[in-house]
Design a protein around this ligand. Structure first.
Ligand code: SF4
Length: 290
């Protein structure tokens, strides 16, 4: 997933936090292929000529350093209870976007990226689900001198080659819980791929910002936080800092609109004392924590 924020701009125009963070976005400016049959699309996905995109936005200090173009890709293999973007789960619900159109858009903002120390961030959904497209965009961006950032759970890390990973400057790695049982409860998936991916990132010299979403009653136990911190210890000095992201309910209307059963219907965000306790646990491991 993305940083713990909701994506769909049209649903959030009235939201002050979204307005503060984003300058523009949606799906404007991308040519969409017409007349491609299913087989053509599958082939284009395989080569990275085409990606399925939910939306994009331009933001500052949200999904990496500087001003960034964040592209939310469609498709996700996990089903996190606290997901704020269930509208990104199915790849087929995204809009097909050509690689060339994406690069044109990045080129258009390259001066802004240089000036602010920003760049391109892929988020989702789970953008690692579309490895050919995302890694091709990263590779081309690097050639243009644009900073690259991947926001991911790491669940699909084993499907990426070392060569593809080397084009990532920074990874926003969601460590959603610290033991297999809790992780499975939170996400429906397995924890070990995230740990393995974190180790690979560290070995390949990719900087990491760890993200941990704090949900009272779900991820907040001292033992769970301690386990996450211990996992982070294993990534050694690849971690720049850890973001503890307080749960919020901005995504709830999407669950309703999609008619999905929302397991956290009545959940509340953490209070200041809980937030401080959890941040303190990570600090006790020597990490810088926000
Ligand atoms: S299900 Fe989880 S990993 Fe997938 S988009 Fe939602 S929060 Fe992110």
């Amino acid at each position: 997933m993305s940083q713990f924020r909701t994506t769909t701009p049209h649903m959030l125009r009235a939201n002050k936090e979204y307005q503060r963070q984003t300058l523009m976005g949606g799906l404007s400016g991308f040519e969409s292929p017409v007349g491609l049959d299913r087989r053509d699309r599958i082939e284009a996905l395989r080569t990275g000529d085409l990606g399925f995109v939910h939306s994009w936005d331009l933001n500052t200090s949200v999904d990496g350093p500087g001003t960034r173009m964040t592209v939310f890709m469609s498709g996700c293999p996990l089903r996190c209870q606290y997901c704020q973007n269930p509208d990104t789960w199915k790849m087929r619900d995204g809009k097909p976007v050509y690689f060339d159109a994406m690069m044109k858009k990045i080129e258009r903002y390259s001066d802004v990226f240089q000036y602010t120390g920003g760049g391109i961030t892929f988020s989702g959904g789970e953008s690692m689900m579309q490895p050919a497209f995302v890694s091709r965009v990263f590779h081309e961006s690097k050639k243009m001198g644009v900073h690259t950032c991947l926001d991911t759970s790491g669940f699909l890390g084993a499907t990426w080659s070392d060569e593809q990973i080397r084009d990532i400057d920074l990874c926003l790695l969601d460590v959603k819980s610290g033991d297999e049982a809790t992780y499975h409860k939170v996400t429906g998936g397995a924890l070990q791929p995230t740990i393995d991916f974190g180790h690979r990132l560290a070995r390949l010299g990719v900087r990491i910002w760890v993200r941990f979403v704090l949900v009272p009653g779900l991820t907040d136990s001292e033992q769970n936080v301690e386990n996450v911190a211990t996992i982070c210890d294993g990534f050694h000095d690849a971690i720049d800092h850890i973001d503890v992201l307080p749960f919020h309910q901005l995504g709830r209307p999407k669950w309703h609109a999609l008619r999905y059963d929302y397991p956290l219907e009545d959940a509340k965000g953490p209070g200041a004392a809980l937030l401080e306790r959890v941040r303190g646990q990570f600090r006790d491991h020597g990490f810088e924590v926000f």
